[in-house]
Design a protein around this ligand. Sequence first.
Ligand SMILES: Cc1cc2nc3c(=O)[nH]c(=O)nc-3n(C[C@H](O)[C@H](O)[C@H](O)COP(=O)(O)OP(=O)(O)OC[C@H]3O[C@@H](n4cnc5c(N)ncnc54)[C@H](O)[C@@H]3O)c2cc1C
Length: 309
Amino acid sequence: MNLASLLEWASGLGERARREEPLASYTAMRVGGPADLLVVCRTTEEVVEAVERARAAGVPWRVLGGGCNVLVSDAGVRGLVVVNRADRTRIEADGTVWAEAGAPMAALARETAARGLAGLEWAAGLPGTVGGAVVGNAGAFGGDVASVLRSVTLLERDGSIAERPADWMAFAYRESRIKRLPPQERPVVLAATFCLTPGDSAVLAARVEEILTWRRTRHPSGATMGSTFKNPPGNHAGRLIEAAGLKGYRIGGAMVSELHANFLINTGSATAADVRALIRHIQAEVERQFGIRLEPEVEFIGWDADERG
Ligand SMILES: Cc1cc2nc3c(=O)[nH]c(=O)nc-3n(C[C@H](O)[C@H](O)[C@H](O)COP(=O)(O)OP(=O)(O)OC[C@H]3O[C@@H](n4cnc5c(N)ncnc54)[C@H](O)[C@@H]3O)c2cc1C
């Protein structure tokens, strides 16, 4: 790995490039140590250049969107972290919606509903970006990315840019072809095209408000990664954790939410190690009591062990 050559390139980027930058403020859980180098990209061209530079230098890299579904270790991340803030969107009259991967999903949901296009209301209030939502096949309220995605634009491993149809993504519940790949073999999502259908904008806007209210009242506020675990088939992770008596359970500054047991909260002083220990404790306790092994929905970044937890 030739970090020095990457740092030399980054020195010409000014404010956008940050050395030894703590990642806590780039993640929803507000934990995580430094990246060797962090580069904030506001255009797709900048994302492509940063990733290609890292590849050429043999430096490991990782793209972050909103950092809403990841647990970054206290040791941080070796190599480059690219923060994708490329957020242009285009909404066509025929219901085709194109968005760069750094565009916030929640804003896209609100805007398409207001324009009388149905299909993304479920994403109202969904934290994070289009890229993160595509990789994790985000979903809620009966909808998900898989059901509305037409195609994705990808930066492939060989540096080419390709348009892939949605079925290439091999989506499953909170899973995609990209999420199943080891991080260094993943393509980068540069943009996504969604296929929406005409609807009544007043009805759609009302549904968006209803979902926002639901989220406000049922989800804890503050520093959290959202759902920590996937729901096991025919069951709910939150219900199992609650039934295991773990609501309010704490390790260090990390706590199981009293409001929604699948949400872990950083009470202010949590380390990533606290959160990881709490995740392991929940897995062990739920398995001991119910014989069900909860699988994390969140991804672990910068840990020695398997990234899938
Ligand atoms: C309060 C709260 C509520 C939530 N509610 C829901 C919910 O209802 N439904 C749901 O599904 N999720 C929910 N989540 C989880 C989260 O919002 C989603 O997983 C979201 O899609 C993550 O997007 P992100 O941009 O933050 O991704 P990140 O956390 O930044 O990244 C997630 C993964 O995607 C990769 N990635 C990100 N961008 C790209 C890219 N452009 N190209 C390639 N890889 C990329 C990252 O490397 C990482 O592996 C919630 C989270 C919170 C905090």
